[in-house]
Design a binder for this molecule. Structure first.
Ligand SMILES: O=c1ccn([C@@H]2O[C@H](COP(=O)(O)OP(=O)(O)O[C@H]3OC[C@@H](O)[C@H](O)[C@H]3O)[C@@H](O)[C@H]2O)c(=O)[nH]1
Length: 185
């Protein structure tokens, strides 16, 4: 149980995330795993969806705004009873009941992420905060995919987890690598 913060007590405690719906523990409930894949119409996302759909216990929901992805990548699953495709921009709030979230929605190629740097920052920051908020609300596990771009132009090879990187904060790539780095926190 979380303690309430008081003025006299400086120890800060945070509210624990909610558990998944109690319905999931009910005897009659068939324990399917509902999985959200943002950016699921893209290269990595669509292959991940193929893999997740192989498991008959999985229901997969893809949200994508088709900025760089395509419905074509998912055509074999469209109409499948365990699959749902939603055109949605992750910078807007999304309310879905899911157990897991794979957050991949972001342009990955320099041509695309430099096309509208402000939008790329919004997708990285607001989109990811929205997904973290959703995960917290519904008690879902979340995987945020990052990028080696967080190391910028690295001076150390290979980079290990402790390396801070060599990122140019005012360079043309900063809308992608700086924001991705921020979200590694
Ligand atoms: O604002 C956006 C931008 C992009 N997207 C979608 O996100 C998907 C990104 O897929 P891409 O094929 O461009 O990129 P990839 O699958 O190679 O990489 C993806 O996964 C790994 C992460 O590190 C990358 O940042 C991510 O984009 C596309 O389907 C695109 O339409 C959104 O849904 N919203």
């Amino acid at each position: 149980m979380a303690k309430e913060a008081s003025n006299t007590n400086s120890s800060v405690t945070t509210k624990p995330p909610p558990s998944p719906s109690p319905l999931r523990n009910a005897k009659f409930f068939q324990a399917n795993m509902r999985i959200l894949v943002t950016g699921g119409a893209g290269f990595i996302g669509s292959h991940l969806v193929d893999r997740l759909m192989e498991n008959e216990k999985n229901e997969v929901i893809v949200v994508d705004n088709y900025f760089t992805g395509s419905k074509d990548n998912l055509k074999k699953w469209i109409g499948h009873p365990r699959f749902e495709l939603i055109r949605h921009d992750v910078t807007e709030t999304l309310l879905v009941e899911v157990d897991q979230i794979y957050h991949l929605a972001c342009p990955a190629s320099p041509i695309f992420y430099k096309y509208n740097p402000v939008k790329t920052i919004k997708t990285n920051v607001i989109g990811t905060l929205n997904m973290l908020g959703l995960a917290k609300r519904v008690g879902a596990r979340i995987l945020l995919t990052s990028t080696s771009e967080v190391y910028g132009d690295p001076l150390m090879h290979p980079q290990d987890e402790t390396y801070w990187g060599n990122v140019n904060p005012i360079g043309v790539r900063s809308c992608y690598d700086e924001e991705s780095e921020l979200l590694r926190l």
